[in-house]
Write a protein that binds this ligand. Structure first.
Ligand code: NAP
Length: 262
């Protein structure tokens, strides 16, 4: 496989770490992005061939920080692949969610991937293997009570990805959307884990997401990948018959609201 230079955001998080390990083990060069220099250095030093990777610190909720990041990336290397993985979530009743939390989520989950694409695409257009992988979520296709702001952000990311796929249909750049179901990472509080257990919702390990991302690296045509069964089926069902999914979720609402009020 060709050695690719991959910019990976949220590199120190649960899924980000698994992606970094999988990409580095496959021989790729990484630009690891996160907010904590020490954690990034420790991650880099633990990867295969640590000296072929570098890391950059950036707060992706700030437009100015993203502009600076794109300049630093361009100064240091070519870029083949951008993986927009950094993200945040919040669980609770919509009317009780702080405006600041909603704003931060939209900044990080939707605006940051858009800004990074805009900032890095001129560089990526020079690559023969140009690719964007946007890490979405099943909640980017199914509105779920208690996750209103998160759903809004991931629906936004999915819409952005779909439009970009169509705008780049004649270009040599693949735009992928990779949507995991629940994953065992720090993003999910004990409260969410307990709710998922009571609802019978399964969760995957981050390594499964990393394996799917590795497969996408070989895929030169834009694609959408939804992980997990029956979640994948519900994504299609919700698109075709949303009232059927609404009725099924209404039966679970009392449980969801009990945890959301927690
Ligand atoms: N876990 C799940 O159940 C699940 C399911 C579907 C989709 N996803 C998606 O998968 C992606 C990764 O999630 P995860 O489960 O790995 O979450 P995580 O363990 O909480 O990691 C989140 C990452 O985002 C980074 N981040 C947060 N705020 C940031 C900011 N302002 N600027 C820059 N980076 C920031 C964090 O960086 P620091 O290291 O600097 O804190 C961290 O590395 C997200 O997009 C998430 O929506 C997760």
């Amino acid at each position: 496989m060709t050695t690719l230079t991959i910019v990976l955001t949220g590199a120190c998080g649960g899924i980000g770490r698994a992606l970094a390990i999988a990409f580095a083990s496959a021989g790729h060069k990484l630009v690891l992005v996160g907010r904590n220099a020490e954690a990034l250095a420790a991650l880099r030093d633990g990867l295969e061939r640590p000296r072929s990777h570098r890391y950059l610190v950036a707060d992706l909720s700030s437009a100015a920080s993203i502009i600076e990041l794109c300049t630093d990336i361009a100064d240091g290397s070519a870029v083949d692949v951008l993986v927009n993985n950094a993200g945040t979530s919040s669980f609770g009743l919509f009317t009780e969610t702080d405006d600041a939390v909603i704003e931060q989520m939209l900044q990080l989950n939707v605006l940051a991937p858009m800004r990074l694409c805009k900032g890095l695409m001129p560089l990526m257009r020079k690559s023969q293997h140009a690719m964007v992988i946007n890490i979405g979520s099943g909640f980017g296709s199914i509105g779920f009570a208690g996750f209103t702001a998160y759903c809004a952000s991931k629906f936004g990311l999915r819409g952005f990805t779909e439009a970009l796929q169509r705008e780049f249909a004649n270009e040599n750049m693949a735009i992928h959307y990779l949507a995991p179901r629940a994953v065992n990472t720090a993003m999910n509080s004990a409260n969410i884990v307990a709710m998922n257990a009571e609802l019978g919702n399964k969760a995957d390990e981050p390594e499964l997401v990393a394996r799917a991302a590795l497969e996408l690296l070989r895929c030169k045509k834009s694609s959408n990948r939804y992980l997990g069964w029956p979640e994948r089926f519900f994504v299609s069902l919700n698109a075709l018959f949303p009232s059927v999914v609404s009725a099924a979720l209404k039966k679970q609402l009392a449980i969801i609201l009990r945890y959301a009020r927690n």
